[in-house]
Design a protein around this ligand. Structure first.
Ligand SMILES: NC(=O)c1ccc[n+]([C@@H]2O[C@H](COP(=O)([O-])OP(=O)(O)OC[C@H]3O[C@@H](n4cnc5c(N)ncnc54)[C@H](OP(=O)(O)O)[C@@H]3O)[C@@H](O)[C@H]2O)c1
Length: 188
C-alpha cells in the first residue's frame, strides 16, 4: 500500500484559488472534460484519505466523488450526513491504523488538503507527492507549505505533459518517520 498525495496547483504555486476552491476547478480544460490523468491514477487506488475541510463539500455534491473507493476522513467530529461506509477519526495515527487494517493491497489517494498532507508526511506515511501544475496564475490562494514541511525530501520519479497544457510531476518522499509505528512488512 502506497499513500499518494495528488494535488493540482497553479503555475505560481497555489493549491486553491483565491476563493478557496481546489486549483483544478479553475482550469477551463478540466471544466470541459480533461481528466488530467486522474483515471489512470485511480486504477491503482482502493481508498481515498482526506481532511474534514476537503471532505465536507462532498456531502452536498449532486454526485458522490469517490464511488469506487473506501473513504477515510481525518477530523475532530463526524460531519452530519456522513454516509455509514465512511471511516472518520480525530487521531491521524489511529486513522492510519484503520486504513492499513482495511487495506487489500491497493494504493491510497491522499486527496488533501495541505494540512492533512502535512500531517501524514510528518508521520512518515506519505509515499509520494504528485503535482498537477496547471497553465494558470492565481496570484493568491493557499500553498502546500508551511502545512507540508518544506523539508519534504522530494525525489523526482517521472513527469509528463497532459492534454490541455498541465504537467504532471511525481515525486517520492523520503520524509522522517518520527512518531509513526513501523509499517507492517507486507505493506512496505
Ligand atoms: N488543489 C488540490 O488538489 C486540492 C485538493 C484537496 C483540497 N484542496 C483545497 O484545500 C483546502 C482545504 O485544505 P486544508 O489544509 O485547509 O484542510 P484539510 O486538510 O482538508 O482538513 C483540515 C482538517 O483536517 C483535520 N486535521 C488535519 N490535520 C490534523 C491533525 N494533525 N490532527 C487532527 N486533525 C487534523 C482537522 O479537522 P477538524 O477541524 O475537524 O479537527 C482540520 O481542520 C480547501 O480549500 C480545498 O479546496 C485542494
Amino acid at each position: 500500500m502506497q499513500i499518494r498525495a495528488r494535488v493540482s496547483m497553479s503555475a505560481d504555486g497555489y493549491v486553491t484559488t483565491p476563493s478557496g476552491w481546489p486549483a483544478l476547478t479553475a482550469d477551463p480544460a478540466f471544466v470541459s472534460g480533461q481528466s488530467h490523468g486522474i483515471r489512470e491514477f485511480l486504477e491503482g487506488c482502493e481508498a481515498a484519505l482526506m481532511g474534514r475541510t476537503t471532505f465536507e463539500p462532498a456531502l452536498t455534491n449532486s454526485r458522490w466523488p469517490w464511488p469506487t473507493l473506501d473513504v477515510f476522513v481525518l477530523g475532530s467530529h463526524r460531519p452530519d450526513g456522513t454516509p455509514d461506509h465512511v471511516t472518520t477519526d480525530s487521531d491521524p495515527v489511529r486513522l492510519l491504523e484503520k486504513l492499513r487494517a482495511a487495506n487489500r493491497g491497493g494504493d491510497v489517494h491522499l486527496v488533501g488538503g495541505a494540512r492533512t498532507i502535512g500531517t501524514f508526511h510528518a508521520l512518515g506515511a506519505l509515499d509520494s507527492l504528485e503535482l498537477i501544475v496547471l497553465p494558470m496564475l492565481f496570484g493568491g490562494g493557499t500553498r502546500l507549505t508551511p502545512a507540508l514541511s518544506p523539508d519534504a525530501g522530494l525525489v523526482l520519479q517521472r513527469q509528463r505533459a497532459l492534454p490541455g497544457g498541465a504537467v504532471e510531476i511525481v515525486y517520492s518522499c523520503r520524509g522522517s518517520r518520527a512518531g509513526l509505528p513501523a509499517k507492517p512488512a507486507s505493506q512496505r
